[in-house]
Design a binder for this molecule. Structure first.
Ligand SMILES: Cc1cc2nc3c(=O)[nH]c(=O)nc-3n(C[C@H](O)[C@H](O)[C@H](O)COP(=O)(O)OP(=O)(O)OC[C@H]3O[C@@H](n4cnc5c(N)ncnc54)[C@H](O)[C@@H]3O)c2cc1C
Ligand SMILES: Cc1ncc(C[n+]2csc(CCOP(=O)(O)OP(=O)(O)O)c2C)c(N)n1
Length: 581
């Protein structure tokens, strides 16, 4: 059957199972928008194309399916850049479709022309420029396949206006992807499996490092089986939270720069690390020269370029985590590591004393209290989409995620402004779920225009603004490392209650700890979106903190009430005789 390139776009999207797409129109993509009206796909009109990409990303992370965003050429396409880079860094599968000027005008600096395939080359898993209607179907099928297979990531398809307007035969079957050079299904050699099994069975102080790949591969049960059978504790990355239930007794919590002290110390003291679908980001390792020196390391990872990239490992197994564990598990023996587990438990005791939740209500409102009450009110069952900064770390520490895909946040790029639009995408992916945004007063203002999208789409996505009157995370760095010289971090904010009301939404301001739970409950009961402005302690800091580039065990800890800030100097590591290794 004959179709225009524009119609073929929609024929393909419908066949790919796309129900919702996020976009913003303009001249070069108008033929495609015109054809849209004849197809059963819901288009969400965003307020900025960055919002469309974050929505597609949020949709992908909440559902595990490919999210789709659309924009026009030039400024529309360049507005997508931050969202595409965000998805790339966190391996999120999205397809971005952009209009391009007519194929004969390409290269002439035509109106709204930007070489968007050039611009996005380093931040996409792959991208295409399509100049003929005949290539639209094959390209889109390839784009979806590449985005979702192997290590997921963003793919951009730039379609010239005349390719949208001209007609050709549409044959879905004939357009099946044929990509002989693309190998998303690499497998490790049998010797590697045997070496890994030997290391696991011989370890005395083993630790699993569970990352985002656990969720992406659907390997939760496999990782749990490994942990339970061999009694191996698990540490999670930020993006791995929820992949393993927080309530599991072997789950120690988050590792890294703002990970728990006992987790980082356990990593430094382990004799075996089993890294599962995580990429040893610098926020996770600290100084790689002193990272887990006493540990053998196994890295199970779908992308071969990640193995030995940041941390040298003893066994690198390339492959899908679930399939790899399927092959490994039969060789893994039951084990008893109670001495090791008891030791970690002792380290936990010290942290409990320093936990802000243990302090009596002094009348001050701390962000940690807000997150803790949000967790209690929602019984840990909400999808929380956090922005970037201090609140993001407190969310990771105090909201206990038991469910997969229940924390959505920008980890690798650390994109302020991500949360509100990503939450819109998550709500479309999981309309039955309660969705909360946790954002700082800085990041919220970067994309708050998407409140209008929320209103237009009649969505309920509650927003908790952790309002400390600062670009808090940067202020914290200035406090610790720049002698409290607060350059460009104090914020003068609008009245967020009035902002909510201007959009026809409900707004609430909360200033005391005693008001938090009632406010959260009220927001949950309200039929529409509510914006809660939590006026928290202005100069609070996230603890522990591994200063950038410092040794993982050299954490700045929350001061005990009677002491000054103290840095852990690695005395624990010496006690465990790591100095000689
Ligand atoms: C302010 C701030 C502070 C931060 N502090 C911390 C911190 O304290 N601790 C922390 O952990 N993070 C922290 N982060 C996040 C950090 O920057 C990284 O984003 C995060 O550590 C990455 O986690 P990951 O490696 O699990 O996920 P990704 O970066 O998503 O990597 C996942 C890996 O899994 C692989 N994979 C994908 N699919 C499969 C599969 N099917 N099978 C096998 N492998 C697969 C991928 O190839 C990839 O290598 C912070 C971020 C910000 C913005
Ligand atoms: C787009 C973008 N610009 C700048 C930064 C650098 N940055 C990281 S955290 C942060 C402060 C965030 O402040 P706020 O949103 O108020 O959250 P808080 O840290 O106070 O919780 C900044 C500026 C960033 N991550 N993203």
């Amino acid at each position: 059957m004959k179709r225009t390139g524009a119609q073929i776009v929609w024929e393909c999207l419908v066949r790919q199972g796309v129900k919702t797409l996020f976009g913003y129109p303009g001249g070069a993509i108008l033929p495609t928008y015109d054809a849209m009206l004849d197809y059963p796909i819901h288009h969400v009109l965003v307020r900025h194309e960055q919002g469309a990409t974050h929505m597609a990303d949020g949709y992908a992370r909440a559902s595990g399916k490919v999210g789709v965003a659309m924009a026009t050429s030039g400024p529309g396409a360049t507005n997508m850049v931050t969202g595409i880079a965000t998805a790339m860094m966190d391996s999120s599968p999205i397809v971005c479709i952009t209009g391009q000027v007519g194929s004969r005008a390409i290269g002439s600096d035509a109106f709204q022309e930007t070489d968007v395939t050039g611009v996005t080359l380093p931040i996409t898993k792959h991208n295409y420029l399509v100049t003929h209607a005949e290539d639209v179907a094959r390209t889109l099928r390839e784009a979806f396949y590449i985005a979702a297979s192997g290590r997921p990531g963003p793919v951009l398809v730039d379609i010239a206006k005349d390719a949208q307007q001209s007609s050709c035969e549409f044959d879905w079957e004939a357009a099946a992807p044929r990509l002989p050079g693309y190998r998303p299904d690499l497998r490790a050699l049998p010797e590697e499996f045997a070496r890994a099994v030997d290391l696991i069975n011989g370890a005395k102080r083993p630790l699993i490092l569970a990352g985002h790949g656990v969720m992406m591969s659907g390997a939760r049960q496999h990782v749990l089986e490994l942990a339970e059978r061999a009694q191996i504790p698990m540490a999670l990355t930020l993006l791995g939270l929820g992949g393993i239930p927080a309530s599991h007794p072997l789950n120690l919590g988050m590792m890294g720069m703002h990970g728990e002290a006992w987790v980082n110390n356990a990593i430094q003291q382990a004799d075996l690390l089993i890294a599962c679908g995580m990429r040893f980001d610098d926020r996770v390792t600290g100084n790689v020269k002193t990272y887990a020196l006493g540990a053998k390391k196994i890295h199970i990872e779908i992308d071969p370029s990640e193995i030995n990239k940041n941390v040298r490992v003893d066994v690198g197994i390339v492959g899908d985590l679930r399939e790899t564990l399927d092959e490994l598990l039969p060789g893994v023996k039951s084990a008893d590591h109670s001495e090791w587990l008891d030791h970690i438990n002792e380290m936990k005791g010290d942290s409990a004393v320093r936990d802000i939740q243990s302090l009596p209500d002094t009348g001050h409102l701390y962000a940690a209290h807000v997150i803790n009450d949000l967790w209690r009110s929602t019984e840990g069952k909400a999808i929380v989409v956090s922005d970037v900064g201090q609140h993001q770390m407190w969310e990771a520490q105090y909201y206990k995620h038991n469910d997969e895909r229940s924390l959505i946040t920008s980890g690798g790029l650390g994109t302020m402004g991500f949360a509100l639009p990503a939450a819109v995408g998550a709500k479309f992916a999981c309309p039955e779920k309660e969705v909360w945004v946790v954002a700082g007063d800085g990041g919220f203002q970067m994309t708050m225009a998407e409140l209008a999208t929320i209103v237009q789409e009649n969505l309920k996505v509650n927003v908790a603004i952790i309002n400390n009157g600062y670009l808090g995370m940067v202020r914290q760095w200035q406090e610790f490392f720049y002698e409290k010289r607060y350059a460009a971090t104090p914020l003068v904010n609008p009245d967020f209650v009035k902002v909510a009301e201007a959009y026809g939404l409900r707004g609430m301001q909360i200033t005391a700890r005693s008001q938090v739970k009632a406010a959260v409950d009220e927001a949950r009961a309200h039929p529409g979106t509510v914006i809660l402005d939590f006026r928290v302690e202005q100069e609070d800091s996230v603890f522990p903190m591994v200063p950038a580039g410092a040794d993982l065990h050299a954490m700045i800890r929350r001061p005990k009430p009677e002491f000054d800030v103290m840095a852990e100097t690695g005395a624990d590591a010496e006690e465990w005789d790591l100095g000689s290794k």
